[in-house]
Design a protein around this ligand. Structure first.
Ligand SMILES: Cc1ncc(COP(=O)(O)O)c(C=O)c1O
Length: 336
């Protein structure tokens, strides 16, 4: 058993969970990133961008970090700020679930909330507005720094240096890597490492309505991955390492998450539901395999942050998202 002296020493080295499925020769593994101390893989982002800034001497004790986030990065930065002597301000909007916002407050973080009205009712403007506010606050005060998870190279580098090597060491051969894209950093960094060290097909998923790979965006509820229509595309998405891309709807993701929690005791976040739905669809629609293939899904976070939406019956019914047919499909594919 490990004995550590700082919360940041507990980031990474997360387990792989092998799921039982009904299709022969496919091995499906989940990289369980909810075992990071703040509950998501964004601990790797937060530690990477903080260490980089500390090394450059631009982040010093007593300073304030300001960051735009859909929730998980802010939660991770709030946790690490509390442990390293920084103050923290999160710039958020309606995409951040209440449970994540509460956690940021508990870690002593301050919240700055951007409304639809502030963004003139345009989803894409909302994300850009969040980012611009974070930059403006930092530019106006020398004691405040914006580490910028969207464009900072140290974000994907963190995954290149940690998540990629961990999966490689755990499994050796990785035929398919599946991840979701928001800033694009986690998938791009991990994929780069796996492609340099083996033969891996990389699949990027985004919420239906998101507009990384499609100009036709519309609103969606999924929180974490995705980029609303019109928003500036982050520099950290590396298209050279992405082989295929697919869209998953709110209903497909949420009903999958709920079925897993109820029938397998596995409570994942929104992007986890997206990947489990995609894996089922892709594997059932693929040709019969002649040799075994390993697929890894990067399960970004735990379900506890989504209790007030995807796991809330009233919310699901109000938004017409319940779909029993998805449960049937999932139930036929995975072994519960
Ligand atoms: C739960 C969840 N999944 C996936 C993503 C996408 O990760 P990335 O920003 O590295 O593309 C995020 C980003 O915030 C997230 O919070």
């Amino acid at each position: 058993m490990r004995i550590v002296e700082n919360i940041s020493d507990l980031i990474g080295k997360t387990p792989l969970l092998k799921l039982k499925i009904r299709v022969p020769k496919w091995n499906l593994y989940l990289k369980m990133e909810m075992f990071n101390p703040s509950g998501s893989f964004k601990d790797r982002t937060a530690l990477g961008i903080i260490l980089d800034a500390e090394k450059k001497g631009i982040l010093k004790k007593g300073m304030t970090i300001v960051e735009s986030s859909s929730g998980n990065t802010a939660k991770a930065l709030a946790m690490l700020s509390a442990s390293r002597g920084y103050k923290f301000i999160a710039i958020v909007d309606k995409h951040a679930p209440a449970d994540k916002l509460n956690a940021i407050r508990v870690y002593g973080g301050e919240l700055y909330f951007c409304s639809d009205e502030d963004a003139g009712g345009k989803e894409g403007h909302l994300v850009d507005l969040r980012r611009n506010i974070a930059k403006k606050i930092a530019n106006e005060n020398p004691n405040i720094i914006n580490l910028d998870q969207y464009d900072s190279p140290s974000n994907p580098i963190s995954y290149y240096k940690t998540l990629g090597p961990e999966i490689k060491e755990q499994l050796g051969k990785i035929d398919f890597l599946v991840g979701t894209i928001g800033t694009g950093s986690s998938l791009s960094g991990t994929a780069k490492y796996l492609k340099e060290t083996g033969k891996t097909t990389v699949i990027a998923l985004e919420p239906q309505g998101s507009s990384h790979f499609s100009p036709k965006g519309h609103t969606y509820f999924i929180s974490g991955p995705g980029y609303p229509k019109g928003a500036k595309i982050p520099k950290n998405i590396n298209h050279d390492v992405i082989d295929e891309n697919y869209f998953v709807s709110d209903s497909q993701a949420f009903n999958t998450m709920r079925f897993f929690a109820e029938n397998k005791g596995l409570m994942f976040g929104d992007s986890g539901g997206m990947m489990l739905y995609y894996a089922m669809k892709h594997i059932t629609e693929s040709k019969k395999l002649t040799s075994p293939k390993n697929m890894v899904l990067i399960m970004a976070d735990a379900g506890e942050s989504y209790l007030s939406h995807a796991y809330n019956d009233t919310w699901m019914i109000k938004n017409e998202l319940l779909d029993i047919n998805i449960n049937k499909k999932i139930g036929k594919f995975y072994i519960f």
